[in-house]
Design a protein around this ligand. Sequence first.
Ligand SMILES: [Zn+2]
Length: 283
Amino acid sequence: MRILTFDIEDWWAYDYYKIGDKRDWLPRIDNYLDETLDLLDERNTKATFFILGKLAKDWPKVVTRITSRGHHIGCHSFSHKFWNNSTPKEVAEDTHKALDIIENITGKKVDAYRAPAFSVTEKNSWILSILAENGIEYDCSIFPSTRSYGGFPSYKTKLPSVIHINGTLIKEFPVVTASILGREVAYSGGGYFRMFPYWKIRSLVQENEYVMTYFHIKDFDKDQIRTYRSFEGESAISRYFKKYYGLKGNFSKFCKVVNNFDFISVEQADKMINWAQQPRIIL
Ligand SMILES: [Zn+2]
């Protein structure tokens, strides 16, 4: 099964990125959102959209534009804080705030979550029980390898799995990775999707039975304001490359993938999976 997901965020919300005047960025979330929704309608495809609570608060119409097309809505936290060094209180408060805002707009219980930057790790997997206690049934925050700001290399499977933690249960849909030149890379979204040529993406999507994608509108927005600066010890040139390489042709590459494969939402995937046969992970 191939699952289509998006993280819908106002990326100027990363205050620590210091990427200029917020007002310059405000309208940009609209770029490519309608094109994406139209494409999915043409293909009769439903996806899961993980919405940043702060964006939902400032731009509720972005959420209703997505729900009016019948897509599945998840939560991408309120603040987009990476959870690596956070406390349970912080995570619980952020989650309540985001769920309240999104649920008030949609009128429906939110049942899916993706942490900012896949920042659920071995050290803070207690986050999953906070999510379960708040009605989250599906988590999509685990990156089953190492990466900056997150990564769960000891996670025992790369397949949808049931996690048991602190007396709670949650269904996990991890991100998929492929081993390329000895390195585990997530090709199904972000920088690697932009970087790889279409033939490479096509063969990876074709050869894997389970594919979990993670797209952002900013990865399609070739005319976005670009900044050139170092970030948390990473050089400006490496940062620039990671953020903008391959932007120009990326939306048409995304359209090709959606046109050539059948994708479903997390909610649809849940109904197709026989969970009794999926791996059980005790944390
Ligand atoms: Zn994000």
